[in-house]
Ligand binder design. Sequence first.
Ligand SMILES: [Fe+2]
Ligand SMILES: [Fe+2]
Length: 210
Amino acid sequence: MRRFDRVPSVATVSICCYFSSRTSHKECVPIEPLTSAATPSTPFAGLTELGDNPSEGPLTPSFLVDADRVVELLRVGVASEHMSWLAYTAHAAAMDSLRARPVAADFREHAEQELGHMRKLMGRMQQLGAEIVLDPMQLAKRSIHPHAVPGTLEDMVGYHLQAERRAVEFYRDAVQWLGDRDPTTRRLMEDVLAVEEQHARDLQDFADHA
Ligand SMILES: [Fe+2]
Ligand SMILES: [Fe+2]
């Protein structure tokens, strides 16, 4: 069974709230049932439908989804990557004990990678002609991760492990939802997903040996 088959109602769930403990996240992307993309009758069918509308840039007739919805998905990704970067950076800076050094080094490495994800997602938004607004309040509102100030080393590891698991679910679902509708965004998110899975593995190792 595909994950989206379990979604009870298109109108009441969203791609980023479905797996999140937050139920009032207003900025997320509504899920619609996954349908198979229209298959062109010939490899050149899209060319005949192309028409003459250069103002749409890369959005040609074979782009099978509303670009605004992809952009909103990317916005949620950008906001969540920003929160991850912020949290890793802040928590690494707060660690001062000898035993915390390996964890702090890992947090700093993860922070750099989250920043890289954020840049990649913003790059795709620009390709799709979307405006990029990095308002801290809006970013915090859109993020799938809550802001938290964990007190102990174990709490910090636990916070980030849960955040990475949330990110894995978000990107995995985004990849499934995008399917053939927008392969470029899907591949980008597949690449990010692989890194998030590694982050979760790293944190699980720290949690197991704490
Ligand atoms: Fe990330
Ligand atoms: Fe991550």
